[in-house]
Design a protein around this ligand. Sequence first.
Ligand SMILES: Cc1ncc(COP(=O)(O)O)c(C=O)c1O
Length: 432
Amino acid sequence: MIQSPHTIWRPFTQMSSAEPPPRVVRGEGVYFYLEDGTRIADMISSWWTNIHGHSHPAIARAIYEQACALDHTIFAEFSHPPAERLSQLLLQVLPPSLRHVFFSDNGSTAVEVALKMAFQYWWNLGKPRRSFIAFDGAYHGDTTGAMSLGSTSGFFMPFEELMFSITAAPFPEIHESGESSEDIERREADSISFIGEALAGNPESFAAIVVEPLVQGAGGMRICRPEFLLKLSELARRFDIPLIYDEVMTGFGRTGDWFACSKSRTTPDIICLSKGITGGFLPLSVTVCNDKIYDAFLSTDKRRTFYHGHSYTANPLACAAAVASTELLMKSEASFMTMEARHWRHAARLRKNQSIANLRVCGTIAAMEIKTGTDNSYFNEIGGRLKKEFLKRGFLIRPLGNTVYLMPPYCIDEDTLEGAYACIDEVVAALS
Ligand SMILES: Cc1ncc(COP(=O)(O)O)c(C=O)c1O
């Protein structure tokens, strides 16, 4: 298989300097196998999707059986058992007020759907609103609406003219060391008053508030407290403005509970889910809303219909994979609920490493900053160097700039987890 390194244009990759990527031929549990037999531990669950480990036989079987029965059907015209079963399962694990499931294909479209739902909600009420509140450093995906919400992330500069403007509130991230709870509470209060003032100043301008609850992912694994979400949801309720939780990354156990909303005991009006939904097998996402949003679309006036859908909406194979994955997760809740303690146990060794700061854990996610004396950002060059060294030692760990994080499949064994922490310790110590 010889082809030019430029035949395939890879995502998030500067092709002028990219080395040809290693070729993966097999996956099993936490591990990938390259064509030369090299074994690599997937410590980031392949872009945060693969929650049960690779090629789990129960999910593979579900897809095969569904493929033999029905490959695909137009969802605007027909329904099918896997979509119905999945919706039923999701309603069992989501907060009770989230009752209406809209399917799409990936995290970005799940967010785009949520934005359009909130936007049209106001239009259908005859009170159009044009703008959104999001957070500093947020990342919600690559489609135009999602990019607009994430315009402060630094990824989307060439598209500035294309994006709509948003109001970006400060994200009150917690830092592990040297912080009093008063400091954190002050930052939370600042953020809440910033949003409160924006809403009070333009009461009829904002269609929704959108947040990555508990953990901002691509923005650098920045963690906020559940208490902040409680204050945010009270504020949204007070101003009667829809609250959208983008749980594309945090959903399906990532924060140590089923969802960040369950962990924080808050309930949004709309939730976006993808990534872990099929256990990393097939692209799928859902946007789930409450009665208040849904009811605004029920009408004899056709213009109030939600005219949105994709060719592969609710693809039966993806739904079958998601059913199998959700059923597995229901049987193995301890796997994600116990991982926070496991991370802390292994992370203890890093406290002695002088080059590591701001060690933090939320559920199955552990993150830290590598001190470089330059900027703390995605564009810090150290990330690429570290990644290469980790890979040489058999670990896929893909830093976001100088933020190193672990987000493994929940089936990871103690030895592999210990090995990943030892690898980080060794590689980072060798830098100085
Ligand atoms: C919070 C969040 N929202 C949305 C997205 C976009 O998802 P996708 O890459 O599947 O479009 C991501 C991707 O990392 C994400 O972390």
